[in-house]
Design a protein around this ligand. Structure first.
Ligand code: 6PG
Length: 251
């Protein structure tokens, strides 16, 4: 593992959720102290649900300045926000509806719009507006949470997709034939790799093989292409997901 990357192995998914929620609380405090606001990008999928639920509990939630926090999404499926497959819905149910965040500070990807490219461009503009970045400048998220698919995808950056080569746009529409919901909107590598801290959350035995491939072997899979240029890369895995990982031999 490079000096800018770390792997924390937790005994079980509950401990993973605890570690990740604590990390978010600490990062929020630091960001608000240093920059006056906390820019947090959430992961989709199922793994982060327990982390969001833990973060929503008063003991941790009370330590976050939600009035100074902005919420973004790493990717979204082309479904309405109340759909069972919506990443927004999962985050709303487990976290956002439970904490005093001003609704205008939750920036949802409108991936359900028929004009997917338009939705991606609109989200890029919303990000730029929230960060105050100009054309050509990249936003720097304080924390980006990501999940890992068994095929090595992360966010909606899937193996073989042309979007992996994107260098200009911060947000793109993608079509992934193999995915349950093929049409999606996703952040791209330039913006993920500009973050101050990227945190992968990975749990379960079905992820053990891909964790090893991404972290130990010289992989060109999307998850292995997440390498913050001037930021920290953190992996938090439960014991089952890290089972094939020879600690100390990462990358
Ligand atoms: C999505 C995701 C995706 C997810 C991984 C892991 O919208 O599908 O953001 O990248 O994080 O597929 O998902 P699980 O946590 O459900 O295994």
């Amino acid at each position: 593992m490079g000096s800018d990357a770390s792997l924390t192995v937790c005994p079980d998914p509950a401990a993973l959720a605890e570690a990740a929620a604590q990390l978010v609380v600490d990062a929020a405090g630091e960001a608000v102290r240093e920059r006056g606001r906390f820019m947090l990008c959430l992961a989709g999928g199922e793994t982060p649900r327990a982390t969001y639920a833990r973060l929503a509990q008063p003991e941790l939630s009370g330590r976050v300045r939600w009035d100074r926090t902005w919420i973004f999404f790493g990717d979204e499926r082309a479904v309405p926000p109340d759909h069972a497959e919506s990443n927004y819905r999962m985050a709303h149910e487990s976290l956002l509806s439970c904490v005093p965040i001003p609704p205008g500070q939750v920036l949802r990807m409108r991936a359900e719009q028929p004009d997917a490219e338009g939705a991606a461009a609109a989200y890029a503009a919303q990000i730029a507006g929230a960060f105050g970045t100009r054309r050509g400048e990249l936003p720097r998220f304080d924390v980006v949470l990501l999940g890992l698919g068994v095929d090595g995808h992360t966010a909606s950056l899937f193996p073989g997709s042309p979007v992996l080569r994107e260098v200009f746009r911060t947000v793109a529409a993608v079509h992934v034939a193999a995915a349950r919901i093929p049409q999606r909107v996703t952040l791209t590598f330039p913006v993920l790799n500009a973050a101050a801290r990227v945190v992968f959350l990975v749990a379960g035995p079905e992820k053990a093989k891909i964790v090893k491939t991404v972290l130990v072997e010289q992989s060109t899979l999307p998850a292995a292409m997440v390498r913050p240029t001037d930021g920290e890369l953190v992996w938090i895995a439960d014991r089952a997901a890290a089972a094939l990982h020879p600690v100390g031999e990462v990358r």
